[in-house]
Design a protein around this ligand. Structure first.
Ligand code: SF4
Length: 437
């Protein structure tokens, strides 16, 4: 029987994609996946440092693993991801969680196989963290799904939004050569992948420092030409870099899903400036208007932060105004959480927890109201859905996503990866119900 590996991933799609590479490396070494950490010979926790509650959850999980490690002292416990790019967390692990065997950073993933070999030979703890690395191609990968896949196109970020730790943990922005991306996408399509998600912290600025120049719009056009693909998505988009050319590329291809994730973060010009976002509310609203005019039926989702330092009631009302004006399909909402090492963490005027919670509740209520009105268009419509599998909460229900990325639970006979039509019988704020037809 093969040795098994277990991976726990926190955070964004970039981290999920990194975990797929870690899984690929372990699979090549002959390990098999398990969802039960007690069966694992190698356990990896891939951390996220974007919010405080992710830190807390991670340390909670790491504490729980103490017992597992006691029962199975041969289990190799590894910790990686964005938190490990911050010395403070590495020190804390070494001091309080001495049973962690390998610590490695976001730039050391391609080298994980060698780190494991080194540990197996020496049985001595390893801490390996680089500050940056060139783009490395050809790292093995084991995908979560057969029919859809992540394809990273950029790594890191140059934007330095004042609340965000990513430029410090993932380094400066680097793009993969377009030919390498296209080769990967072709292989995926040949392997039966129908839907790809192009990933980057800011995909719109793709193309910096390439040997063969290529813009994001050109890349989208080239990816659209790959045979076999049905859906192309991308995230995340920075509003400042969303060019007309990208809008044209989206409008001209049926394969590119007419849905876009476009974080606005705050509605007040003063706060946007303090956040270093490089656009104002008029620009954002103009972009949304243009997208809706040029791509009829487009759905837009967003990210919103409440309680950024110095945010007044008036600033917060500006955020609510954008919510009311933009008719978002969905939104990720966050209470601002200071990240040590960022500019905003040391700003004066941090907002107290009670005010943040009150504004957060108001924001969620406003969003839910808008989203509930918006989803009415789905009622009794027929939606094309790619099936992701069976619902975790009900074996008899299938689950999948529409082209607009809306979650649909439905009854039917389809299998994972099938593209089917579903009649929507009930449209809820966060998901739809339907019947396969
Ligand atoms: S664009 Fe801003 S929020 Fe997004 S990863 Fe870069 S710095 Fe962070």
């Amino acid at each position: 029987m093969s040795d098994k590996y277990y991976i726990l991933t926190f955070g964004c799609q970039m981290n999920e994609n990194d975990s797929e590479h870690i899984a690929g490396i372990l699979t090549e070494k002959g390990y098999e996946r398990t969802d039960n950490v007690r069966e694992a010979t190698v356990a990896v926790i891939n951390t996220c440092s974007i919010r405080e509650n992710a830190d807390d959850k991670f340390f909670g999980n790491l504490g729980d693993l103490k017992g597992v490690k006691r029962e199975n002292p041969n289990m190799i416990l590894c910790v990686c991801g964005c938190m490990m790019q911050q010395q403070i967390f590495v020190d804390r692990i070494r001091e309080k969680f001495p049973y962690v065997d390998i610590i490695f950073g976001t730039h050391n993933i391609a080298d994980f196989g060698n780190l494991l070999d080194e540990f197996l030979e020496s049985r001595k703890k390893i801490v390996r963290i680089m500050d940056s690395s060139p783009v490395i191609e050809g790292v093995p990968l084991r995908r979560e799904y057969r029919h859809r896949a992540y394809v990273s196109i950029t790594y890191g970020c140059d934007n330095f939004c004042t609340y965000c730790i990513v430029p410090y943990t993932r380094g400066r922005e680097k793009s993969r050569e377009a030919d390498d991306i296209i080769s990967e996408v072709k292989c995926l399509a040949e392997d039966g992948v129908k839907e790809i998600m192009l990933l980057g912290q800011n995909v719109n600025s793709y193309g910096k420092g390439l040997k063969e120049p290529c813009s994001f719009a050109e890349l989208l056009r080239r990816v659209s030409e790959v045979e076999g693909l049905e859906r192309i998505r991308f995230m995340t988009s920075h509003p400042r870099d969303f060019s007309d050319d990208i809008i044209d590329a989206m409008a001209s291809s049926d394969k590119i899903c007419k849905s876009v994730h476009l974080p606005f973060q705050a509605g007040s010009d003063r706060i946007l400036k303090l956040m270093n976002r490089h656009y104002d509310r008029a620009y954002y609203l103009g972009l949304v208007k243009k997208l809706r005019e040029r791509i009829p039926g487009i759905t837009i989702s967003t990210d919103i932060i409440v309680g950024f330092p110095t945010e007044t009631e008036e600033d917060f009302e500006d955020t609510l105004d954008i919510v009311r004006e933009c008719r978002f399909e969905s939104a990720f909402t966050f209470i601002y959480s200071p990240r040590e090492g960022t500019k905003a963490a040391s700003m004066e005027g941090q907002i107290d927890h009670e005010t943040c919670s009150r504004r957060f509740k108001k924001l969620v209520a406003a969003l839910e109201e808008e989203i509930a009105e918006g989803v009415i268009v789905y009622q009794d419509s027929v939606q094309e859905v790619i099936v992701d599998g069976r619902s975790k909460s009900d074996e008899n229900t299938l689950t999948g996503r529409t082209r607009s990325n809306k979650l649909v639970n439905f009854t039917g006979t389809a299998s994972m990866g099938d593209t089917v039509n579903v009649k929507i019988t009930k449209a809820n704020t966060y998901y739809l119900y339907g019947e396969q037809i």
